[in-house]
Design a protein around this ligand. Structure first.
Ligand SMILES: Nc1ncnc2c1ncn2[C@@H]1O[C@H](COP(=O)(O)OP(=O)(O)O)[C@@H](O)[C@H]1O
Ligand SMILES: [Mg+2]
Length: 351
């Protein structure tokens, strides 16, 4: 793909995805232009999500998780260009290729909020310091449902604040963001998201900035809400412990590619990719003595500048096959149904 080139829809095109799916991402590529070079931040990512599914997207910082999810929501900055297909089923049953929509156009703006939403690591940045929490939540409801009166919107906000476990919501509704703790703000952000009842949610490291106990409460809340509302959640985290607790399936991402994909059970009990194995080994274990040092994967995620087809992990991998892993595109192989890996060390045939 040349920089700036976009896969434009030339005329009304019908897209089809499997009836049980809400999202199909096909060979998504995102390049970011930075000064005088281009980062190949997402290098051909393909995955699907069923309605009501929680998919964990895991990997260290800099692997391309946020860029992938922001591309789905159409909120990457101007210096990003994309190719591939992101097919999304709306509540009305229409399948749209999101990459062909104007990012600031009416269709996308209508989708964000009512059909798809995002909660981030830093809830503070999602709120304006100038308005009360109640006003900001009510505003969102009234933007998406203009017929709602102020009184009705306030009533809905109160219900939502209660639902997300904010104590004393009658008082809290009139407070400003700075009067909320980090955990409460994250709850308020979840309430904001729920006000519009989206089918698809991206949760990008939603609990990373919180204390461990608050983290557990927020995760529990999200799990309950997901069940109640049947939302599909793309759960982005570098913490495999959270994935085990929250997700049905896991996609392990490294340097802009999904290197392994499977159910939580497949990934935790039968990991195949050296990177997945490394991530799992770096999890603290219950029976580990304090003197024992935690495993760390050597090296850091490099910047994806001018990436050639090869395994992104080759120079950090203890099993790299020189002349193969470092200079060829690695195709996806099936380990067993629903479990895929992109590594030449696995014996199974190509997909
Ligand atoms: N707006 C941006 N400008 C320049 N580089 C960016 C921008 N956003 C992300 N990147 C780069 O793209 C790569 C992927 O980043 P990101 O998706 O944020 O990683 P993750 O969410 O997995 O930590 C990284 O190398 C990061 O430095
Ligand atoms: Mg990120």
């Amino acid at each position: 793909m040349k920089f700036g080139q976009k896969s434009k829809n030339t005329g009304p095109k019908e897209y089809q995805i499997a009836p049980e799916n809400i999202l199909e991402v096909r060979d998504l590529r995102v390049d970011i232009k930075v000064d005088d070079y281009i980062l190949n931040a997402v290098r051909g990512v393909t995955f699907t999500m069923k309605k009501g599914e929680a998919l964990g997207l895991v990997g260290e910082s800099g692997c391309g998780k946020s860029v992938t999810s922001k591309e789905i929501l159409g909120i990457n900055p101007e210096n990003c260009s994309s190719a591939g297909e992101v097919l999304f089923r709306t509540k009305a049953g229409q399948v749209l290729n999101l990459l062909t929509l104007e990012k600031d156009g009416d269709i996308y703006r209508g989708l964000r909020g009512t059909e798809m939403a995002m909660i981030f690591q830093e809830p503070m940045t999602a709120f304006s310091p100038l308005y009360t929490i109640g006003n900001q939540l009510a505003e969102i409801i009234r933007i998406h449902e203009p017929k709602t009166t102020k009184k009705e919107a306030r009533e809905r906000v109160l219900q939502m604040l209660k639902k997300v476990g904010i104590a004393n919501p009658e008082k809290r509704i009139d407070q400003y963001p700075h009067e909320f703790s980090g955990g409460m703000l994250q709850r308020a952000l979840i309430a904001m998201m729920l006000c519009c009842n989206p089918d698809f949610l991206v949760a990008d490291e939603p609990t990373t900035a919180l204390d461990v106990t608050i983290q557990a409460q927020i995760l529990e809340l999200m799990k309950e809400l997901q069940k109640e509302f049947g939302m599909s959640i793309l759960f982005i985290t570098h913490d495999l412990g959270i994935v085990a607790n929250m997700c049905d399936n896991v996609a392990v991402m490294y340097l802009g590619e999904i290197v392994e994909y499977g159910t939580v059970r497949q990934i935790f009990h039968n990991p195949q990719h050296p990177y997945t194995k490394g991530l799992l080994r770096s999890l603290p274990k219950m029976n580990q003595s304090r003197a024992e040092r935690l495993y760390v994967i050597d090296g850091v995620v490099p910047l994806p500048v001018d990436m050639q087809p090869c395994c992104g992990f080759f120079d950090r991998c203890g099993h790299c096959v020189k002349g193969v892993c470092d200079c060829q595109a690695i195709s996806e192989r099936i380990v067993e149904p629903g479990h895929y890996v992109r590594c030449v060390l696995t014996e199974q045939g190509d997909k």
